[in-house]
Design a binder for this molecule. Structure first.
Ligand code: UDX
Ligand code: UDX
Length: 475
């Protein structure tokens, strides 16, 4: 490929399109370990960029350890801006890290990824790149998206002045495996870094960036399509384990077994492993559902009906888990929650993040509202406007607005409530003093623990009724 002509090609400037949960932390860590490389993170969302450039304790993403890194490198070799064109022009390597939601309409609606932003990023790159440029897919994408990117880069090679240019591109796939809440540790100590591509020189250049802090044995190189597919399959396997253990949680409740004990007994078999065997209110987040839907769509497109329905089952169990938690709440409160005050503790999709995308709290809150319950929602990191936005509640929905309040202080939130539903495993919820707080609730009062974080011994010292997911003794 063209790099042979550019023997001295070195990465001095990186551009990342998309300053989101993936782009922001990933580029911050790259900037930390590559002080000689300028890293420009660009985004079309002005507010987001302003927040990245604002106070370190108000960055748009809450992620343990992130603020420290940003404060060390921002303004030195890490820059956030909306100047997409300029940053593309200056870049030797461009990461595409834009969001790829599920299509809401048209062919593949509800399953296929909406690639409009990936496509527009590729068009911007083809128009504004000035020299040989390596383009890296960071977003999780359907298999063969690299081909689309390549085709756009090749066919729309025009400068902004309209003249054809002779710029060359190499496309690589470098999916990100970080999990929110542990993103910085995952980036600094990854299990592996995956680079897929056809052009060895470009792969080596990207490899050299990671080699600054990642052991070479952990850097796996594959062809483009294996890399793209591996990301979808890794997420599908992780989600599959969660649905497996969640299906077991229901068996435990009906038999008197305890899912925590079963998970430990099963997971200590080193062939199975203990991770991702925590039962809960179903998986949320921006990736699992989307990636499985994508996988299902790909399988159907390939005529692999049985494979598609196998993976679809994982999503069905996830929905069913959330549905049965909501039904358990209604059932325990005498089949009627109309006008009853229910406290939702935790609105992010997991602890240590302010991200609410696909949070189980959203689905369960909506179902409870549908039964006319009054909700008080509390979360240490998710702001009130984000909670209301996630529930899709506008001021004009007077019926709902009056039924929801947001209260960060747990003691205040619990006042006069009939039930508390623990939805996210935030550390502070593990240490709630129920002996004290029980007196604030209306009797008979219930605590529903969907994350198995409450000490059974401690709750038994109170007069509270208790339901714990997957615990046959308490349901
Ligand atoms: C990532 C991945 O990229 C996605 O494929 C994966 O499935 C989930 O994780 P994430 O970083 O979490 O996405 O998304 P988000 O936080 O929404 O950030 C994407 C950013 O890209 C947004 O800030 C958005 O404004 C920006 N964007 C989008 C652009 O700058 N340009 C565009 O054309 C489109
Ligand atoms: C996931 C993948 O882990 C990561 O590799 C990929 O890059 C993006 O998608 P993320 O969604 O950020 O990361 O968080 P993760 O820790 O995987 O949790 C996803 C959901 O599964 C959360 O709702 C979490 O509460 C739930 N979960 C996780 C369980 O219910 N049980 C578990 O044992 C683990």
């Amino acid at each position: 490929m063209p790099l042979k002509k550019l023997k001295k090609f070195q990465i001095k400037n990186i551009c990342c399109i998309g300053a989101g949960y993936v782009g922001g932390p990933t580029m911050s860590v790259i900037a930390k370990y590559c002080p000689d490389i300028t890293v420009n993170v660009v985004d079309i969302n002005k507010d987001r960029i302003n927040n990245w450039n604002g106070d370190f304790d108000k960055l748009p993403i809450f992620e343990p350890g992130l603020a420290k890194i940003v404060s060390d490198v921002r303004g030195k070799n890490l820059f956030f801006s909306c100047d997409v064109h300029k940053s593309i022009k200056e870049a030797d390597i461009i990461f595409i890290s834009v969001n790829t939601p599920i299509k809401s309409h048209g062919i593949g609606a509800g399953e296929a990824s909406d690639l409009r932003w990936v496509e527009s990023s590729a068009r911007e790159i083809s128009m504004h790149a000035r020299d040989h440029t390596i383009v890296v897919e960071k977003s999780t994408l359907p298999v063969k998206t690299a081909e689309i990117i390549k085709s756009i880069l090749e066919s729309t090679k025009q400068n902004s002045d309209g003249k054809n240019n002779k710029i060359t591109f190499s496309v690589l796939s470098n999916p990100e495996f970080l999990a929110e809440g542990t993103a910085i540790n995952d980036l600094e100590n990854p299990d592996r870094v995956l680079i897929g591509g056809e052009d060895k020189e470009s792969i080596d250049l990207l490899r050299e960036i990671y080699l600054r802090w990642v052991d070479e044995k952990k850097i796996i190189t594959t062809n483009l399509w294996s890399s793209e597919l591996s990301k979808l399959i890794a997420n599908a396997f992780l989600a599959q384990r969660i649905s497996s253990i969640n299906s077991v949680s229901a068996i435990c409740e009906s038999t008197g077994a305890d899912v925590e004990e079963v998970a430990k007994a099963v997971g200590t078999d080193t062939r199975i492993g203990i991770k991702f065997l925590k039962s809960g209110p179903g998986f949320g987040g921006s990736c699992f559902e989307k990636d499985i839907l994508n996988l299902v769509y790909i399988c159907k497109s390939l005529g692999l009906k049985e494979v598609a329905s196998y993976w679809e089952g994982i999503l069905k169990i996830n929905d069913w888990q959330q549905d049965r938690i909501y039904k358990a709440v209604v059932d325990k409160l005498y089949g009627n929650i109309s006008g009853k005050k229910i406290v939702i503790l935790g609105f992010s999709f997991k602890a240590n993040t302010n991200d609410t995308r696909n949070s189980p709290s959203i689905k369960i809150s909506k179902k409870l509202l549908g039964e006319d319950a009054t909700l008080v929602i509390s979360d240490p990191k998710v702001a009130k406007n984000k909670i209301l936005e996630s529930l899709n509640i506008k001021n004009k929905d007077i019926n709902f607005v009056n039924k929801i309040s947001v209260e960060i202080n747990i003691a205040k939130a619990i006042e006069n409530s009939d039930a508390v539903l623990i939805m996210t495993e935030w550390e502070e919820y593990k240490n709630i003093d129920w002996k004290v707080l029980q007196h604030k609730m209306r009797k008979p009062a219930w605590v529903f623990d969907t994350r198995s974080i409450i000490s059974v011994e401690k709750i038994q010292e109170t007069n509270l009724n208790f339901w714990q997911l997957g615990n046959g003794e308490f349901n």
